[in-house]
Ligand binder design. Sequence first.
Ligand code: ADP
Ligand code: MG
Length: 267
Amino acid sequence: MTNNKLELVNVTKVFTSRTNQQTTALAKINMKIPDHRFISIIGPSGCGKSTLFNIISGLMESSEGDILVDGKSVSGMSGIVGYMLQKDLLLPWRTIVDNVILGMELKGIPKKEAKKIALPLLAKYGLGGFENSYPSQLSGGMKQRAALLRTILYDRDIILLDEPFGALDAQTRSVMQEWLLDLWDDFQKTILFITHDIDEAIYLSDEVYIMSARPGGIKEHLSIDIPRPRKPTIVTSSQFVEYKEKALSLLSDEVQKSQKLEEVVSK
Ligand code: ADP
Ligand code: MG
């Protein structure tokens, strides 16, 4: 028996190009994630973060290694986790409520029933009055909220979010962070969250995984022992700043390495 909700064992991904050139994108990734945790993953651009989520979600096969959910292998299986892709777009021809119930529809829940579940949540999470609007009529933050709600309502224990707030301005981002923490608390999910924002990673998470430059591996794993609920002002506390310094120095080593790698490749 295991106490981990999700476990990655030596997950490795090698891409083979049409000219048979091999690139190792991920090398032996190991993670043990207990239930109901909020986990962030940060790492230099191109280190394989999105690839890792594609593999966990079953959209892409790993080259080696295993993925366990509740102690059972789910490698290559799709539909086990909820996944919001890096560029997860709402369908422009569907209204907001119809977009939000998409995951439930795919699971075979009748539309009427799905709407009954979704409508109060749209109201609770700041989208009341926009149920019948189309995505083009909403602000960036509202669209992200709708996409997140859609992912949550797919109703899986594990949710993968790939840089969901990357395109938002700082003000909207901070509102969205509070909103996501509420959602996490209400729905008791295990969340894996990719971000390039160190403050965001520390503020939201129980644990922060720092990935190394290509081939992507786990460089270090920080436990963030700051009690919850956390106030946004904790980012100025000495404890927070200490975590930030640690994460920054680990990350800047890796960013330098990945830039050197790019210089070599482009020569
Ligand atoms: P990140 O999300 O950390 O920025 P990605 O996971 O998108 O990084 O990409 C990691 C590496 O794998 C990159 O070098 C990228 O070019 C390569 N890669 C990603 N997807 C594919 C693919 N389908 N085929 C070939 N190479 C890929
Ligand atoms: Mg990515």
